[in-house]
Design a protein around this ligand. Structure first.
Ligand SMILES: [Zn+2]
Length: 72
C-alpha cells in the first residue's frame, strides 16, 4: 500500500502540517529540502511527500529542485 501526495497547496498546508506535528519541526528549522538540503520554511515548501513511518520528505520551491524531483 503506497500512498503519495503529489502536492499540497498553500491553503491546506499549514493545517495539514499542524495535524501531523510537522509544523512545529519546520518552525524549529528541523526540516530540509530533499534535493538541495536547504532549510524548509512555510514560505518555501513546494512539495510534501509522505514517507514511511509517518515522516515526510520536502521539496523547496527552487526551480531546479522541483525539476530534479519531477525528473526522478
Ligand atoms: Zn531545494
Amino acid at each position: 500500500m503506497k500512498k503519495e501526495i503529489k502536492a499540497i497547496y498553500n491553503e491546506d498546508m499549514e493545517g495539514f502540517l499542524e495535524k501531523t506535528g510537522e509544523l512545529y519541526e519546520i518552525k524549529k528549522g528541523n526540516r530540509f529540502c530533499k534535493i538541495c538540503g536547504g532549510a524548509i520554511m512555510l514560505n518555501n515548501i513546494q512539495l510534501i511527500v509522505p514517507y514511511k513511518n509517518q515522516s515526510f520528505e520536502y521539496i523547496c520551491d527552487s526551480i531546479s529542485c522541483v525539476e530534479q524531483y519531477n525528473g526522478n
